[in-house]
Design a protein around this ligand. Structure first.
Ligand SMILES: Cc1ncc(COP(=O)(O)O)c(C=O)c1O
Length: 418
């Protein structure tokens, strides 16, 4: 199962190591739960997509893990940032990302957010009748987000390009928005689509790209305007469990780039510049969560292994039925002879991280490693049950550095007023 882990994962003398750091050392030094990110894997995925689509502009979908150190690392690899809140914008700017390296999204943007976007020189993706507010805020360059009615093959909560989605504008409305933005003298640089997330193939992208080319033809005919940029969003999936299909980022991105060039050519349009916004595919596999086993209960029919985290640091299993697997990090070479369920510590029966996984007979104190947890975990974490959020560390070459410190009880108390 090491293929689900970061590229530097090894089993050394029975123990998992990441970036040259032993799991027990990381847990001892930084505590658990701990989010461990592998720098080599982050850089590896960034280079993979840049090499596959060298002419495209790539933006990290920072909602997957909005973190200044990771944003800086991406910027270092020539990757900008896609942000969708004032907070994500602040983190990206703290990482030194500004101007054309920034794309600002949101289906509900406050004036304050539009002003901050304008100040940063970002490209703003219009998603509603907000052209005038954007222009008043000082925004110069915009894209228009279009929804073309494609049902991507993924969980409904992360499907975004279908009819009835809260995101984007159906063609007639999008056309009116392009027209309104042009009338306001905004630089309408192009169009945006995002089909959905955790897609194992590009069928949803390809269907949408063809419809988008048809929409571009309509824009040319009715408005005399053609998009110079086409932002195809993110959505490239990763493998969380061995049964899931592999989705090699470089191949998927190249297929999308070819599809844009082909569809635009077939419709007699000049090839636009491609923009991509992968989130999960850049950071998902780079991240591993380390949990400490607190309790083992062997009940009729199920062995419950309760760990020191749960839905507060990873709500995806409860939200989407997301599947994960786990490895006994401290006894990685022992035969996995017992089938167990991994429970979180929270007061919810649904707080089950993994339904069914085989481990060496578990005991309290064991260290468990859950791979492919770099995306939409800490990013979606909460303080449920007044639980401080875990730390995140970046590992490389036998060293680890904290990139997000662990919250403390004092942090929680600091928000209380009495
Ligand atoms: C507009 C937009 N771009 C990019 C992304 C990143 O998606 P993913 O993490 O699936 O690549 C999302 C995710 O929801 C999004 O809404």
């Amino acid at each position: 199962m090491l293929e689900l882990f970061p590229d530097t994962a090894r089993i050394d003398v029975g123990e998992l190591s990441l970036g040259g750091m032993r799991a027990s050392g990381l847990a001892g030094q930084f505590g658990t739960p701990l989010y461990v990110y592998c720098e080599a894997t982050l850089r590896g995925r960034a280079r993979e997509i840049r090499a596959a689509v060298p002419d495209a502009l790539v933006f990290y979908g920072s909602k997957a893990f909005p973190n200044v150190a990771v944003l800086r690392l991406m910027a270092d690899e020539g990757i900008g940032a896609d942000v969708s809140t004032l907070g994500e914008l602040a983190l990206a700017r703290a990482a030194g990302i500004e101007g054309e390296q920034l794309v600002v999204h949101g289906n509900a943007k406050a004036d304050e957010e539009l002003r901050a976007a304008a100040e940063s020189g970002a490209t703003v993706v219009l998603d509603g009748d907000e052209a005038e507010r954007a222009a008043t805020a000082g925004v110069r360059r915009v894209l228009v987000r279009v929804t073309l009615g494609v049902e991507a093959d993924t969980h409904e909560a992360i499907r975004t390009g279908h009819h009835g989605s809260k995101f984007g504008l159906p063609p007639d409305h999008a056309l009116r928005t392009v027209e309104a933005a042009l009338a306001l003298d905004l630089e309408v640089a192009g169009l945006h689509i995002h089909v959905g997330s955790q897609l194992a193939d590009t069928s949803g992208h390809l269907e949408t790209i063809d419809l988008l080319a048809r929409f571009a033809v309509r824009c040319r005919a009715e408005l005399g305007w053609t998009p110079e940029l086409v932002n195809v969003g993110g959505g490239f999936g990763i493998r969380h469990v061995l049964e899931e299909r592999e989705a090699p980022l470089g191949e998927l991105a190249a297929e999308v780039a070819e599809a844009v060039a082909r569809s635009w050519g077939e419709h007699g349009l000049a090839a636009p510049r491609l923009m991509l916004e992968p989130g999960r595919a850049l950071v998902g596999q780079a991240g591993v969560t380390l949990y400490r086993v607190l309790n083992v209960k062997r009940l009729d029919g199920v062995t419950w292994v309760a760990v020191d985290g749960g839905i507060s640091d990873n709500p995806r299993p409860e939200l989407y039925g997301a599947r994960y697997t786990a490895l006994s990090a401290s006894r990685a070479d022992q035969p996995a002879t017992e089938t167990v369920s991994i429970a979180g510590l929270h007061c919810e029966s649904g707080d089950v991280l993994i339904d069914d996984v085989s481990l060496p007979p578990p005991r309290p104190g064991d260290l468990l490693a859950v791979p492919a947890t770099g995306a939409y975990t800490l990013a979606m974490s909460s303080n449920y049950n007044a639980t401080p959020r875990p730390a995140a560390v970046l590992v490389a070459g036998g060293e680890a550095r904290v990139v997000r410190r662990r919250e403390t009880l004092d942090d929680l108390l600091a928000l209380e007023v009495w």
